[in-house]
Ligand binder design. Structure first.
Ligand code: F0G
Length: 454
């Protein structure tokens, strides 16, 4: 059959909220043009993030009742540990309440070494945590990432030549591969690239860490697009990816199909012990790590459900559906279509705006005002900086991410999103003004900055 249908039925409903354009103008002003300050009851379709915003299955909800809430030695932890061990092959599994706490605990173990963290591209919290611990960060996306017209299927790859040069000439403490590459158009990383990265890391005795919150989506692309993997199962591919890493941290709010949670995976007993000592200070005892027993149960099921091919096929195809609709209508989108989101190139969409007036943030704000759809800027607001001399640094791309929560919306919701954006492009895009930053915190500024129209 040609028609793409959701591989699930809907058991429980939540309302969609409607607002009018006049109200939204007011709401936006009160939120200082920052959509993180907008209440969800004023959002019609929420594409801010795919993190913890998906729908859990009936099996997950029913497992909550069976959970063991013991402080120490919870049987829900045993289930969680076994699931993560089987999935990833990591012997030492440390639960955390979400991805960024996993990052903090793991990175703290390398803090005394200082130096550089090199990656294909770090996402916002990983970058901020690294810098907060005094590391310098270096993103080395592959050259195809910068080639707008290229349909190279693994634009999430790291540039291996640049990686080797960095490891040879600089003091590199850790290499992190983000799979899929969230700052780089949700593009996957090939198995070949992970394998070669590992080889280079071992040559220079630097550990390789996977930031693997979208591991299953990455595996799906490997199965579809990389030679030699067509007949491998998704669990085999996932395992092969993790087998190449010395360490990992994972937010379970994405491919864990859960509302909260995360974990660290390490292979060395000594590192596991020191992570756990820190865990007890920051998160809790190692058999719950900041989570309730019921969260551990939900994640254990989510980590299995996410491997189902019918689910992954629908997931990636529905992103491609939205990508295709926008692309066909001339909306400049990042190509090819990626995993969890479609990214609009705001520099091209609002080509009358200079980078200094934050076209990404201008697009996010004006799209919300026009249609009630909430999206997220992945550009110079998120990754740029105001230097001590007052000068501004800008990011290599000004993207607006239409991030699709898992199992939450149907095809018709995405059709509505496409129609709204196409209509906005035709009627209003040329009138959009630029944005200036009025107030900004020292790091992760996109979450709480105040903006105004120029
Ligand atoms: N790493 C990546 C690649 C992420 O995308 C995120 C979160 C994290 C780490 C941190 O995980 O939220 O559980 O603390 N990304 C979300 C997003 C917030 O919108 O892409 P967390």
């Amino acid at each position: 059959m040609k028609t793409l249908i959701e591989p699930y039925k809907i058991k429980s409903l939540e309302p969609i909220y409607w607002t009018n354009k006049k109200d939204r103008k007011d709401i936006l002003k009160k939120a200082h043009l920052n959509l993180f300050f907008v209440s969800s009851k004023n959002v019609t379709i929420d594409l801010l993030t795919d993190s913890g915003t998906g729908a859990m299955s009936a099996s997950q909800w029913s497992a909550l009742m069976n959970a063991d809430e013991s402080y120490a030695g919870s049987k829900s932890f045993d289930i969680f540990q076994e699931t993560v061990r089987n999935l990833t092959g990591f012997k030492h599994v440390i639960p955390t309440h979400q991805g960024r706490s996993a990052e903090r605990i793991l990175l703290s173990q390398f803090q005394s070494k200082g130096g550089l963290i090199v990656s294909n591209m770090l996402f916002d919290t990983t970058r901020a945590n690294s810098e907060d611990y005094g590391f310098q960060v270096l993103d080395l996306p592959c050259k195809e990432f910068f080639e707008d017209e290229s349909l190279f299927p693994f634009k999430g790859n790291i540039d291996l030549i640049a990686l080797e040069k960095a490891l040879k000439n600089k003091k590199v403490t850790l290499v992190i591969l983000t799979v899929t590459n969230n700052s780089a158009g949700a593009q996957p990383v090939s198995m070949e690239n992970i394998k070669e990265t590992k080889k280079i890391c071992e040559k220079y005795s630097v550990p390789l860490c996977l930031d693997a919150c979208r591991f299953a989506e990455n595996a799906w692309f490997i199965k579809q697009k990389e030679e030699g993997f067509k007949n491998k199962t998704i669990p085999e591919i996932v395992r092969a990816m993790f087998d190449l890493a010395h360490l990992c941290f994972v937010s379970a709010k994405k491919d864990g199909l859960s509302h909260i949670g995360g974990f660290i995976g390490v292979r060395k007993e000594s590192l596991s012990e020191s992570c756990k000592a820190r865990l007890i200070l920051e998160e809790g005892f190692p058999t719950y790590g900041g989570l309730a027993g019921r969260d551990l149960e939900a994640i254990s099921i989510g980590l299995k459900e996410v491997l189902e091919e019918s689910y992954l096929r629908y997931r990636i195809d529905s992103t491609a559906f939205l990508h295709e609709k926008l692309h066909q209508a001339g909306v400049p989108v990042f190509n090819p279509s990626g995993a969890h989101a479609v990214y609009i190139d705001a520099k091209k969409f609002l080509s009358h705006l200079p980078v200094s007036s934050y076209p990404g943030q201008a697009l996010v704000s004006s799209l919300y005002e026009y249609s009630g759809i909430r999206t997220c800027e992945i550009g110079s607001v998120m990754f740029g900086k105001t230097l001590e001399n007052g000068k501004e640094t800008y990011h290599s791309k000004e993207l607006v991410r239409l991030c699709i929560p898992r199992r939450l919306y149907t095809q018709s919701h995405l059709q509505y999103v496409a129609e709204s954006i196409i209509s906005f492009k035709e009627k209003e895009s040329s009138k959009v003004r630029g944005i200036k930053i009025i107030k900004s915190p020292p790091f992760l500024r996109h979450f709480t900055a105040h903006f105004a129209w120029v």
